[in-house]
Design a protein around this ligand. Structure first.
Ligand code: ACO
Length: 311
């Protein structure tokens, strides 16, 4: 019987149809999705921190309200993603626990500091731009609830990307100091943004199976290349230099050649030893503890409503 279920599952994947929560799925498929979706959800929530620091210091009411909306969207993305993970039989409380115990990861990119307001712009341009490259293909991921969550997330990510780029265009029209701030932020974020796509393909243990299951549609290096090709003309238009002496158009390949990111840094940051890992986790833990009364009150309220409905 399991064999029959398995061949049905394989046929669904082969036909490019969606797997839905009530369908049978191999345990490895479920585990891979929980791992990837939870990591993604945690990234959205922890990703509120680096930019959130600028909400009270944004230079104008307009910038403040844009940033507020953006950071709030990230909370929303985290919630859709936890909901998608819940359809796999694991709840948000358990996933949060795993994050806090260091048993699950979140994106390396959120372990870098944001010392200047230009960082808000560069995060929008690079980090949200990279997120779009990575996540648009996930709208066609084989697991229905994940793919559908991704559609809305990607629409919001493109607004985030545009607000970052527009902020930078404005700063580039400003003073010499402002232009230097932008270039400095570009220099600090470029390589870390390339690392968001994960280790190179020959060192990516999960890619082959995730691609066979059509959870991932493209390899880490393919998406990284797409990001480089997309960003180079945007940098030229903005008037900044990407800090990579090896970056050049390769006519034969029809793509830009670029230098190799320092993947030992990626490993270090993923394993907890990046510039802001301790600070981010401490803040996440404190927020969780400070929110305990809200969770308790909501549960008590829900229990009361349920009892009333039964009576
Ligand atoms: N930061 C932290 N961990 C990473 C990163 C990164 N940038 N890249 C890879 N890893 C981890 C993987 O999770 C995996 O560890 P695990 O097995 O414990 O989960 C390990 O490094 C090896 O990597 P891969 O075999 O390449 O892993 P995978 O196939 O999952 O690919 C990727 C990694 C590309 C990040 C994939 O999980 C993905 O597409 N996730 C969805 C997008 C996402 O999570 N984005 C979050 C940041 S974007 C944003 O929120 C704005």
């Amino acid at each position: 019987a399991v064999q029959e279920l398995e061949s049905q599952f394989d046929a669904t994947i082969a036909r490019d149809q969606r797997i839905e929560p009530r369908d049978w799925m191999p345990e490895g498929y479920r585990k891979t999705l929980v791992r990837q979706i939870a990591q993604h959800a945690h990234s959205e929530i922890i990703g509120m921190q680096p930019e959130g620091e600028w909400i009270t210091r944004a230079p104008s009411l307009r910038r403040k309200s844009i940033l507020f909306a953006k950071v709030q969207d990230e909370a929303g993305h985290g919630l859709y993603l936890y909901s998608a993970a819940e359809t796999l039989g694991i709840d948000r409380a358990e996933l949060t626990q795993r994050l806090l115990e260091g048993r699950q990861k979140y994106s390396s990119i959120f372990n870098y500091p944001t010392p200047s307001f230009a960082d808000v712009g560069v995060i929008g341009w690079f980090v949200d731009g990279a997120a779009i490259c990575n996540q648009v293909p996930l709208c066609r991921s084989s697991y229905g609830p994940y793919a559908r969550a991704m559609v809305r997330i990607c629409k919001e990510e493109s607004f985030h990307q545009r607000q970052g780029y527009e902020l930078l265009l404005t700063m580039m029209r400003g003073t010499r100091e402002q232009r230097e701030m932008v270039q400095d932020a570009v220099d600090r974020w470029w390589w870390a943004s390339l690392m968001m796509f994960g280790p190179p393909d020959d060192d990516s243990p999960n890619s082959a199976q995730s691609m066979a299951w059509k959870i991932k549609r493209h390899s880490n290096d393919e998406l990284r290349q797409r990001f480089v090709d997309m960003t180079v003309p945007q940098a030229a238009k903005l008037g900044v230099t990407l800090p990579d002496p090896e970056l050049r158009w390769n006519e034969e390949r029809g793509h830009h050649d670029y230098g190799t990111p320092d993947y030992s840094e990626l490993k270090r940051v993923i394993s907890g030893d990046g510039p802001c890992n301790a600070e981010r986790m401490e803040r996440r833990r404190a927020a969780h503890e400070e929110g305990a009364w809200v969770r308790e009150a909501a549960s008590a309220h829900a229990a009361k409503q349920a009892a009333r409905a039964r009576a």
